[in-house]
Design a protein. Sequence first.
Length: 319
Amino acid sequence: MHPRQIKPVWKTSSFLVYTGGLTVLLGGLAAVGYLSTQYSGGGARTAWAFLILFVLWLLAEAFRRAGPWVAAGIFAFTAVIAWGYFVASAWAWFGWLNGWNSAFQGWSLAHLSLEFLILIAALIDRRRWRFPFIGAVSAVVGWFFVTDFISNGGWWTYVVTLVIGFAYFLAGSISDQPSAFWLHFVGALLIGLPILHWFHTSDFDFAIVLIVSLVYVLIAHATKRSSWAVFGTIGFFVATIHYVVGSPTALAESFFGQGGSGSCVSTPAGVTCTSTPGGISAWSIPLALGLLGFWLVLLGLIGRRRRTPAAPAGEPAPA
C-alpha cells in the first residue's frame, strides 16, 4: 500500500521555499557548467555533478529528519533533477550520447537507460518524501520513456502521446493522491498537443479544437481539476484568433496598426483613417473577444451552479 501523500498548502512561506530550492538547483547547475570548463574531460563535469547531487540529497534528508516537510520535498525534487544531470553527464563522458540530436530519433539502449534511471529515481523519491511536486518529473519522464521506446518520431509519436495522455487522465481520475494533479495536468497537455498538431489548418479543424476545448471544460467540472479548464480556455482563444484574424501575426498587426487594408472617412473634425489586417473589420476583434469572454463566464457559472447546494429558504446562497 502506498503511503499517503501530503498536499502542500500554498502560502507565502511555501512560495519562498519552492522558489529558493529551485534557485539553489539552478545555481548548482550553473556552477557545474562553469567548473567543468576549468578542467579538461567529461569526467570533471560528472564529478562536479555528483557533488551537487550529493549536497542536494543531503539537504533533503536533513530537512526530512528535522521536520520542515515542504523544504525537504523541494530539495528532494531538485535532487531528482540533479540526478538526471549527473547520469546524463556520465553517459556523455562515456560517449553513449554521441549523435543524439533529436528526441525519438531511434531506439537506443543508452538513451532509454538514461530515461529509465531518471524515472526510477523520481518514483522512489516521490514515495520516500511523499512530495506531490516530484510527480511532475515522473509524469513527464514516463511519457518520454514510453514514447521513445515504442516510437521513432513522426505521426506515430503523436498517436503514442495521445494514448499516454488518456492513460494519465484515467490514472489521475482513479487516484486520490495529491500527485494526481500532475497526471491530469500532463495528461491534458499530452492529449491537446496531438489534436492541435493534426487540426490546425482549416475552419473545420478549428471547429474540432472548439469541441475539444468544450470537452476539456466539462472534464474540469466533472473532475474538479481546473488544469483542464486552463487548457480548454487556451483552445478557445486559439480557435477564436483563427476565425477572426486567421493567425496570431494578423492579430498583432491589428493592435499595432501594421499592414492590411485601411479606409478614411471625412468628419467635421477632420479625416479619420483606420487600418485593419487583411481586410478584417475593425470591430470584429473586440466583438469576438467580448463574446468569448461571455462564453467563458457562462461555462463558469454552469459549473458553479452544479456544485453549489441550494440555500435554505430565507438564507442567501454561498458567495
